[in-house]
Design a protein around this ligand. Structure first.
Ligand SMILES: Cc1cc2nc3c(=O)[nH]c(=O)nc-3n(C[C@H](O)[C@H](O)[C@H](O)COP(=O)(O)O)c2cc1C
Ligand code: SF4
Ligand code: SF4
Length: 269
């Protein structure tokens, strides 16, 4: 029997919440089996994925710097579609999704999927506990339900070729970069979270890190890069992970001030 499959990368769980909810609703309505492929952790991203023509894929990633996270591009190119129907979803932290949704949609099309709908939803910002706090919230989840119903109607009517123009620009704009008070670009790519003395060495952060970067023997050390996904900082039960980098902290506060006004999900069908 054909399946509905939800696939996602989700450091702090907001993408997971939306993508699994859409997948579950559609599978229930269409009385199809349901499967989840969570590719947040690095070992999952080693294998190619082949989605069959009669399966339906709901795929989601968070927006990083206005684009699809570049660390995922290799893996995303290995998800093959064979003409299967697909719904790309992005979650963003109330600033903007810029070109991330057109980029994800183009990746899916390039891999042989037929994109029948797409959406940008809002999730609590990975850097912050107050920017888009608690989102996706109940109102967002009601929109998720309506969107899922609309996708089902579209599948039942077989009118797959109509999709509104997804908001975004081609060629894609450059990765969004923060600026300092003088207006010069700052580079926060090398910034990593620190560990304070509240740490009880439980190793939870080691298991959470999507880059497999936190050293098992000494959790304050790094074996590889940090993408500042928020998984260790928000997932540490002791509140032991924190940032001290001035540029990072200034950027976080700027975002919290400048993008306070609530944004709403954007649906393309
Ligand atoms: C490195 C990085 C860059 C980000 N860039 C953006 C951005 O350009 N625009 C935006 O609105 N949110 C941005 N965010 C916030 C995330 O897109 C947002 O919090 C998302 O809901 C996180 O998804 P997750 O909970 O599935 O990890 C960024 C987050 C990180 C870690
Ligand atoms: S999750 Fe927190 S308390 Fe546990 S090892 Fe990591 S930093 Fe330490
Ligand atoms: S070390 Fe960096 S990449 Fe790993 S979980 Fe923490 S913020 Fe994410």
């Amino acid at each position: 029997m054909s399946k509905v499959i939800s696939m996602f990368f989700s450091g702090t769980g907001t993408t997971k919440k939306v993508v699994t909810s859409i997948g579950k609703s559609i599978s229930k309505e269409l009385k199809k089996e349901y499967e989840i492929i969570d590719f947040t952790l690095p070992h999952v991203r080693e294998d190619e994925v082949h989605i069959r023509k009669d399966e339906i894929l709901i795929i989601g990633v968070p927006v990083y710097a206005g684009r699809v996270p570049n660390v995922l591009l290799d893996y995303l190119s290995k998800i093959k579609g064979e003409g299967a129907l697909c719904v790309p979803i992005v979650l963003y932290g109330n600033r903007n999704f810029d070109d991330a949704l057109v980029e994800l949609s183009d990746i899916c099309t390039g891999n042989g999927f037929s994109v029948i709908a797409a959406a940008g939803f809002i999730g609590e910002h990975s850097f912050s506990r107050i920017l888009a706090k608690g989102r996706p919230d109940q109102k967002d989840m009601e929109t998720v339900e309506e969107f899922s119903k609309d996708i089902v109607s579209k599948i039942k009517s077989s009118s797959f070729d109509m999709i509104d123009q997804i908001r975004g620009t081609r060629p894609y704009r450059k990765y969004y970069r923060p600026v300092n008070p003088q207006g010069d670009f700052v580079d926060i790519r090398r910034v990593k979270p620190l560990t304070n003395d509240k740490c009880n060495d439980c190793k939870i952060c080691v298991d959470l890190c999507p880059m497999g970067s936190i050293n098992y023997e000494d959790v304050s050390k790094f074996d590889s890069i940090c993408i500042k996904c928020g998984a260790c900082e928000k997932g540490c039960p002791e509140g032991a992970k924190y940032y001290s980098d001035e540029d990072y902290l200034r950027h976080k506060i700027e975002l919290e001030i400048e993008f306070q006004a609530r944004k709403e999900p954007e649906l393309f069908l």
